[in-house]
Structure formats: C-alpha cells, structure tokens
Design a protein around this ligand. Sequence first.
Ligand code: NAI
Ligand code: MG
Length: 334
Amino acid sequence: MRVCIIPGDGIGPEVIGAAAQVLRALVPEAAIEEAEAGWGAFERHGVALPAATLAAARAADAILFGAVASPSHAVPGYRSPIVQLRRDLDLYANIRPVSSADAQRSVDLVIVRENTEDLYTGRERLEDDGAMAIAERVITRRASARIAHTAFDLARRRAAALGRPGRVTVVHKANVLRVSDGLFRETVLAVARDYPEVAVEEMLVDVAAMRLAQTPERFDVLVTTNMFGDILSDVACINGGGLGLAASANLGDGRALFEPVHGAAPDIAGQGTANPLAAITCVAMLLEWRGLPAARLRAAIADVLRDGPHTPDLGGAARTTDVTEAVLARLRYR
Ligand code: NAI
Ligand code: MG
C-alpha cells in the first residue's frame, strides 16, 4: 500500500506525524511518501499545491492530509489546496462521522457532504468598481445524484450492520435558494425512491443546525451541499468530543483522502499540545476503507479516550506525543 502524507501547516505536521507513526506500527510494509501543500509551500514555491504533490497524491493508494492555513484575505495565486485536491482528484463525497464520546448520549451520525461544487468552486468576482462582490453557487444534477447514492448506500449498510432501520435527512435551504437547492432537493429525493427500505426526511439547514446541537441522537445519515456540510460538521462534532477528535474521509471512485475536520490551529501550533486523535482516527478510517482490520486501533483510541492521557482540549495536560505513545503502547499489548 502506498500512502501519500501531506502534513501541511500549523498543527498539521504535529498530528500527521502521530498518525504516520501509528500507520507504520500497524502496516509496517506501507510505503509512506511525504508531499508539501499549504501556506508554507506557497511561501517556498509560490504555489500552494505543487504539481509534484498532485502527482504523488494521484499515484498513491490513499492520502493522509493534515491541515493547511489559508489566509482570509485574497492573495494572488493562492487557492486552498484541500479544496483543489478534492476537485482535481474528484473526491466527491466528504464523509464525516460523529459518535458520542460519553455514555449518556448515544449519538451516532454521519454527515455526507457534497465536495466538488456549490459556493466552493471559487467563482467569485467584483463588479461595480469593487463595490459589489458576487459568488456563483453551482449545483448540478450529476453531483447531487452521486452524493445522494453515497448517502443512501451508507444508510443501507449502517442499517444492516446495526440491525435497525436506516434514515437519511436531506438538508437544504430550498425555500430560499429555490433554483439551486431546489435542484439538489429534487435530485436527492428522486434517488431516495431507489432505496425504499431507507426512510427519508427533509430539513432546512438552520433547523438542522439547531437539532444537531439539541437532539443529535435523532440523526442517522445527513446529506447536504458543500458549504452547509462544512458548517454543520463543525456543529455536529461537538457531540463527539470536539474538533480534536473529528476525522473525515474524502472519497472518489477508487480513491480516498483522509483528514481531520480541524484546521491548522495557529493558536496552539508549535506548542506540542494538539490532540492527535482526530488524525489517528483517520488512519482507522483509511484501514477500513482498504478492507484492513482496524478494530485494534479503534479499541486503542477508545481506551485512551476513557483512561487518558488527554490533551488540553479534552481537559487534560498531556502533550501530543504522550497521547500518541499511549495509543502505540496499547497497540503493542493488545
Ligand atoms: P481550526 O480548526 O484550525 O481551529 C479551531 C479551534 O479548535 C482552535 O481554537 C484550535 O486550537 C482548536 N483545535 C483544532 N484542532 C485541534 C486539535 N487537534 N487539538 C486541539 N485543539 C484543536 O479552525 P480555525 O482557527 O478557524 O482556522 C485556522 C486555519 O486553518 C485557517 O487558516 C483556516 O483556513 C485553516 N483551516 C484548514 C482546514 C483544512 O486544511 N482542511 C479546515 C479548517 C480550517
Ligand atoms: Mg471546515
């Protein structure tokens, strides 16, 4: 197995370093190749996603991505490399599972986010001498249909595995965005007819945000457009112990990139206190996607979550290396 690791900026290298150690421990024969992307790469090479990185990502069986720091102001020539990677590799489905870290609440949901279009196509322009900014929102039937199939297939598999009926919540804002979200809604509901055994419901995105905060246990699989999925997955991950634990997969046909949901976290970068468990959970998702056993790793992560050590985001005082070492130690003794 060839794995391309792209550490990126900020805490990206800290948490991906931890993930790579775990990957090496579990799959010693894996060929791990490192590639650059992000703000640091932009400063060094004048390009945020060097051609060599894209080539390495294409050649690999799977990609482990850390995080990149993208400026909030326009910088000529800079484009977010993760958005570009998702598009260039056609990683159209962003899978963001959340399960509850504590026993009181049984949250077990997955956000399935469309990953290639919507407002993230970067079609923005200024008009009226810079007094008006316009962003184009692109929604296609093709992309909506394939993300719908991903969501309903997932709901069907989860229902079979968990021995209970499956449900997909279609999240949109078609009451306002009648044309664009109207097309998304109509396309997803048409695909739903191919899955009569999976229940389907619709929810407006603002209500979905409230319910994800209030009654997250009511959800199974949610399917939504790119930006809504981006925002809702940060809301949802609170139920799973926060950004330090949230992992995600970006899936295309036969290709996959795994990344923590969090960003480069400049406020804690370089301090050695970033929680590596989101990145380490990405390794578990990668193994599962390849059909390799990941139960030992899942159990090791659960043990460390229960018994510590915990990094500051979980209320502890441990360092990234302490948590990584604790996971590795449990893998050795299991
Ligand atoms: P962020 O996710 O980097 O951080 C938000 C908050 O969560 C911060 O207080 C941070 O310290 C904390 N946090 C995040 N990950 C953590 C971890 N593993 N352990 C402990 N605490 C953690 O989001 P923010 O601050 O809005 O963005 C910072 C930079 O990251 C920006 O340049 C943004 O563009 C970029 N970003 C990149 C993403 C990616 O590469 N996929 C995703 C989100 C943001
Ligand atoms: Mg995000």
